[in-house]
Design a protein. Sequence first.
Length: 569
Amino acid sequence: MLAKAAYVLRNLASNSKDLSDQIVKAGALPPLITLLKEGSNDYFKFNAASTLGLIALHSEKAFTQMVSAGALQLIVLLLNADNYGNAARLLGYFAAKSEHWSLLIVKAGALQPLVALLKEGPEVSKAEAALALGNLATSQDRSVMIIKAGALQPLVALLKEGSQRTKEQAAYALGHLAAECEECSSQIIEAGALQPLVKQLMEGSEDSKGMVARALGYLARRSEERSTQIVTAGALQPLVSMLKEGSAIAKEQASIMLGRLAANSDQRSDGIVDAGALQPLVALLKDVSEVVKGEAAVTLGHLASANEQRSEKIVNLGVMPLLLHWMKEERSERHAAFVLGCLAGKNDQRNAQIIKAGVLQPLVAMLQEAPEYARVSVASVLGRLAATNDERSVQAVNRALLQPLVSLAKQGSEDIKALAVGVLRSLAAKSEDLRARVVKAGAPVSLLKEEVDAAAATAAADAAAAELLAEEESTKVRQCNLTNVARICHRPNALCMKSGIALHDKLLLSCELLSQSKEAEAKRKKAAKKKAQKVTRPWGTAIPFIMILRKSAALKKPSKSPPSLHSYS
């Protein structure tokens, strides 16, 4: 009867937050915790734990009460019982809920028994343990603790020999460990994870391939050596295949991965092009998913950056009409500006192609109307186009941009002023006639001096970058600092046009992450709204089962000191 009562309450709690709150108000927590502690068998205990878990996921207050009563340690003890897989799943759900909950789970002593499950548990329990460890590995400190607990070798072994689901969860856990800890990334490679991860790219399920590409992306981040090792291990061809035939998630993760490999390396970029990535990447610019389109655009930008041959191939694949269309869409304009900035450069013929495609008017509109972070990218593109020596292109830029740039140079924010001045200076340097026109349009002559204090310009760029990074922190964008911005953007730090363009180079990643954080917040709110749908099942059904629990279980005050945990060697 006890097990049945707990089972029915678990089903009720799973339906909605309202029912969970009513179960708590009816006084179900103390008897459930007592059943978890003193139940006659593990099945009773797990039903109690599962009901408590569902209630806790709906209520932070209920979770706090459970922790105070020692319930979390009792759930950890179930990792050593017959229902250990279910206990691992429950801890995994808790860990995914918040950083605070993850910290409490680790303090309750969950790491060693979870690692023991990875080594000795049945296949299903191994997958649950790997998922729980992955959800716990959301900070550098906990990632280090997980590896010190001995999780690395069992996870790599699961990649080689486990079931398909177990391999997916092992890749998930390794990806989270690599994401949070630079040292952990090197240890993962040394443990032999690279070859089985690449094999999963070739042979795994669609979900598995996306998970593996994500893990490899984290391993490649911030390391030339690891990026080269991944390419040498044979990852390029399966990643390109994912661009063509994979799921939306697989395409997104493959694009991100190829972008990280391409960044800052001509050799790896050439290898990506030779593997046939350009055509499917351009095709993805037409994809229905905004996220997939954006990641494909960023990767194309990295491939085009500072390389005339690759840029020419991308333009010849028909990318310009797509970018022109994007510039009219609010969500895609920043990606279009990024790719154009990478394509534009010292090649006067290509700059003329870009101008001829009709980008100037949309760029002017973006410069005046787009959010400030997008204007930074736009001004940088205009600076590169203004630097062309093609006479007709210079005249076109002059006609379309002169007045808006002068206006921004006078009234924009400090970083936008710097960029606008950089473009105006580039125009004025072309000829005395153009210089006279720039001055006539209202630009102060003092702004057009060719001599610029490089140190002052760099300091201004760093200050503006710091300001945007502070804004990102307030919107909970993770893992971004001045060093990473400069490194991951993979753009030269030398001042272009004596000012302004270096600012774009340092801010580009900041702008990208800030925009992504807004999209993520919108998705989170949509999911929360869907989850809040009301359930028509009557609350009164739960009352008899709470009464059964109260009558059948001795209601003792929970001990203030948690029960001792089993020791794991």
